[in-house]
Design a protein around this ligand. Structure first.
Ligand code: XIL
Length: 373
């Protein structure tokens, strides 16, 4: 009953506020209160936690912090727990920023996902080299991985419930399963994946351990991710979930491909999460490039409409899979700042999230929050 009242109110308020200012122009104080009691995570309370990637700086900003606490019940540190930022030199850990995120999560009763223990990017320069600058041996790599993973996982085990243990290990070249150019792969071959999960599991046997990747709903890559994960599972490696990053766009994935991906990972008996959701208004590109002359970065009504439809479809599918999905996390808070403003095209503004540059809900927000519960 309560849920129904909440739903009807929020729908009405959604209509009142759509396209206007979020708090200030919604018509009455009681409605403001009602709306503030209806954050995204509350609409989805019968489904899955709704998370957001954050920086310590965003948590210090009162407007962004208020939005986080209203709308989300889970967080992922966007950068500060990656090996480069957190472990800049062999005997030095930079705990401050990561502590700030974990403290905020604890204080405010938000779930926290850890990101990311083993990745071929944003690692510290020293990690794969000996004192002469030569590449280290496999044994040294494992010793370093063990010590890094143990320290970081241990420190946050009271608050982090799930870790992205290995990130993006699958090749961009469809001829290969494993990313050949990863320094982990070059030193140790595919065995490094199992080691990473074993070290993480030993450090925190309670944590849910994920393999996480992008383009993870493109059928051809789904099949290669599946191959990799199945091999780990069959070998008895402690892996508990697959993270579909969800750096998507108004062009992809289709509903069919999205369902194929979730079904395929779930068929391994693993948890599935959408870990880094954003819906770009541009086609996916990998290589960094400059903005082309005449290239527009205007968020037109037509693009907004396409994005709204895409968001609507995604969340409809997510709701269908509520028994399988154990989390949906957005990558950044609002269009005020998104990593896609600089990647892959420096200075090309993107608008991939549910809140606009003034932190107000976009039309897509009202779409994904109006459904029969
Ligand atoms: C991105 C961050 O958002 C940026 O701030 C940083 O400069 C680069 O990394 N896949 C991942 C994330 O797993 O860690 C990446 O985050 C985005 C792609």
């Amino acid at each position: 009953m309560f849920t129904n009242i909440k739903k009807i109110n929020s729908l009405a308020i959604g209509l009142l506020c759509a396209g206007s200012l979020y708090f200030t122009q919604c018509s009455s104080v009681s409605e403001e209160k009602e709306q503030s009691a209806n954050g995204l995570h509350e609409y989805y309370s019968g489904y899955f936690p709704i998370g957001v990637a954050v920086s310590p700086r965003a948590l210090e900003d009162s407007a962004q912090s208020a939005l986080i606490l209203r709308e989300f019940n889970s967080m992922t540190p966007e950068n500060v727990m990656k090996a480069g930022p957190i472990h800049p030199s062999p005997n030095q850990y930079n705990w401050g920023p990561a502590d700030a995120v974990s403290y905020y999560a604890k204080e405010n009763d938000l779930k926290l996902r850890g990101h990311a223990l083993v990745w071929h990017q944003q690692y510290p320069g020293w990690f794969f080299k000996d004192e002469n600058g030569d590449q280290i041996s496999k044994d040294t790599l494992y010793a370093r991985m063990k010590s890094h993973i143990t320290e970081v996982v241990n420190r946050y085990k009271d608050v982090i419930y799930a870790w992205d243990v290995v990130n993006e290990a699958v090749s961009d070249n469809s001829d290969f399963v494993y990313r050949q150019e990863s320094p982990y792969y070059q030193i140790a071959g595919e065995e490094y994946l199992a080691k990473a999960f074993e070290f993480a599991h030993a450090a925190d046997p309670q944590a849910k351990l994920f393999y996480n990747d992008y383009n993870a709903a493109r059928p051809e890559k789904v099949d290669r991710i599946y191959t990799l994960v199945k091999k780990l599972k069959d070998a008895g490696v402690p892996i508990h979930g697959v993270g579909i990053q969800g750096h998507w766009s108004i062009f992809e994935p289709s509903e069919k491909d999205l369902r194929y991906a979730i079904d395929k990972y779930a068929s391994l008996g693993l948890d599935v999460q959408i870990t880094e959701l954003d819906v770009s208004i541009y086609p996916w590109e990998k290589e960094r490039r400059a903005m082309k002359p005449g290239e527009s970065d205007e968020f037109t009504n037509e693009l907004e409409e396409k994005q709204l439809k895409q968001y609507d479809m995604f969340f409809r599918v997510f709701r269908d899979y509520k028994e399988t999905l154990t989390g949906v996390t957005f990558w950044n808070i609002s269009d005020q700042y998104t990593w896609l403003d600089t990647y892959p095209v420096e200075g090309r503004k993107n608008y991939p999230l549910l809140f606009d540059q003034e932190l107000k809900p976009k039309k897509a927000y009202y779409k994904v929050t109006s459904f029969d519960q």
